[in-house]
Design a protein around this ligand. Structure first.
Ligand code: AMP
Ligand code: GLY
Length: 450
């Protein structure tokens, strides 16, 4: 099969590299791709949101399947347009992608079908929103833009001033364009967060290995919300009991609810969960693979990803046994100094080999660009430095060792990715990864996956 992947970030790099392992895949294409992806797939200049352009490209290269990875083209109906031209696709149609495209839609869906989530109210004018905030007078207050906002449309306001500013910026100043003309104000929940990506063809739902994202820019979960600064998988807080509970109260009910609404979801449905003292609740749905969750989940997948994509398209997912490797995977995102606000582009990245990789780690490129022989920064999140090992502690240690070998001017990364996961105290090697792991491994004879 020849496969076109739409998108150009770390997630798409992870999808492309996984597909490249499939004996069934002949040729890989990606648009727009990036400096790292171009080493594994032929890249094109068509933007990921250009529906007509992508349809034309698919026709020109005569590919056998198109994988639409990012949220915007899915919400805009790229899969619908490709299917109309007879292409096999991976990703939900627009009427199902709305589960991410509109927070108001997803909150109403959960309310209607009794799926556990934070209590909420919807507002379209700032005056009533502010009146409500003043009546509630509980902080932090959670304020969310209804539509897509590059993962930045959620404000956790610490006091009334911050909350009022956020409401004005969203509704009156349309900070996120028409995405923030409507907002959701919801109850603040606490507990460990878990990302569960799932494969579904609308009949069967198969949760993937769980993971944990680190959304804030700075150590200790400080600083602004970002697209995600690092991930680990599996998430040790997501025990078998929690998984069973989520299947019964969240995963199956969501798939059934979408079917009942005439919006059958086919693709990767991402459940952003919080394990609250009152049980698991949905923080958000995404209609696609998470980024950087994909970078730690797909390396652990044993089953051929191409077979899974086809089974979803053919509605035969129940016939496929999906297997995972044992061990853990960790991804540390290296970002441009200044991200998620403004940052420079075009800085030379040092320490990578000619494939944009580094021995002992897998480097997923998120925002890079090739300039002759040089690899340059070309985005906020630049690289996802990823390692798999038998234990989380070791995966983290090796990922940070790799990070220390890569550099560019003002590169920024968090130094505490996986810290909270290690604190869950279920990792057999629950040691501080900054401690001297080598001695421990040597004396305990731990096998490390290469
Ligand atoms: P979202 O983009 O909806 O995933 O929200 C971004 C981040 O904001 C989440 O990963 C949580 O850390 C936080 N968040 C969102 N909703 C809530 C909530 N109701 N209570 C507490 N934190 C939340
Ligand atoms: N890492 C969170 C997301 O992909 O939305």
């Amino acid at each position: 099969m020849d496969i076109l992947v739409v998108g150009g970030g770390g997630r798409e790099h992870a999808i492309v590299m996984k597909l490249a392992q499939s004996p069934r895949v002949d040729k890989l294409y990606c648009t727009p791709g990036n400096g790292g992806i171009s080493k594994y797939a032929e890249c094109f200049d068509v933007s990921a949101t250009d529906i007509d352009g992508v349809v034309e490209l698919a026709q020109k290269i005569k590919c056998d399947m198109v994988v639409v990875a990012p949220d915007d083209p899915l919400v805009l109906g790229m899969v619908d347009a490709l299917q109309q031209k007879g292409f096999k696709t991976f990703g939900p149609k627009a009427n199902a992608a709305i589960i991410e495209g509109s927070k108001v839609f997803s909150k109403e869906l959960m309310k209607k079908y009794g799926i556990p989530t934070a209590n909420y109210e919807v507002f379209t004018d700032s005056e009533s929103a502010i009146k409500y905030l003043k009546e509630q007078n509980t902080y932090p207050a959670v304020i969310k833009a209804d539509g897509l906002a590059l993962g930045k449309g959620v404000i956790l306001a610490q006091d009334e001033d911050e909350a009022v500013t956020a409401v004005h910026e969203m509704i009156d100043e349309l900070k996120f364009g028409k995405s923030s003309a409507r907002i959701v104000i919801e109850e603040y929940l606490t507990g460990p967060e878990v990302s569960v990506l799932s494969f579904t063809d609308g009949k069967t739902v198969v949760p993937m290995l769980s993971s944990m994202d680190h959304k804030r820019a700075l150590d200790g979960d400080k600083g602004l919300n970002t697209g995600g600064m690092g991930t680990v998988a599996p998430n040790p807080y997501y025990t078998d009991d929690v998984a069973k509970q989520c299947m019964e109260t969240i995963f199956k009910p969501t798939i059934e609810a979408m079917n009942k609404e005439g919006r059958t979801f086919e693709g990767c449905l991402y459940f952003g969960l919080m394990l609250t003292p009152k049980g698991p609740k949905v923080i958000e749905y995404n209609c696609r693979f998470g980024d950087p969750e994909t970078q730690v989940v797909l390396p652990m997948l044993e089953t051929d990803l191409c077979d899974i994509f086809e089974a979803i398209y053919d509605h035969t997912l129940s016939e496929l046994k999906i297997k995972w490797k044992s061990g853990s995977c960790a991804c540390v995102v290296m970002a441009s100094g200044g991200y998620p606000l403004s940052y420079p582009k075009g800085l030379e990245i040092k320490g990578l080999d000619e494939k944009g990789q580094l021995d002992g780690a897998v480097i997923y490129h998120a925002g890079t660009k090739l300039d002759g022989e040089k690899m340059l920064t070309n985005g906020g999140r630049v690289l996802g430095v990823t390692c798999t090992a038998l234990t989380l502690a070791e995966a983290l240690r090796r990922a940070y060792e790799a990070v220390s070998k890569i550099s560019w001017e003002n590169a920024h990364y968090r130094t505490d990715i996986g810290k909270r996961a290690l604190e869950a105290n279920v990792d057999p090697l629950n040691l501080d990864y900054k401690d001297d792991m080598e001695d421990y491994i040597e004396s305990n004879g731990v096998y490390l996956r290469q």
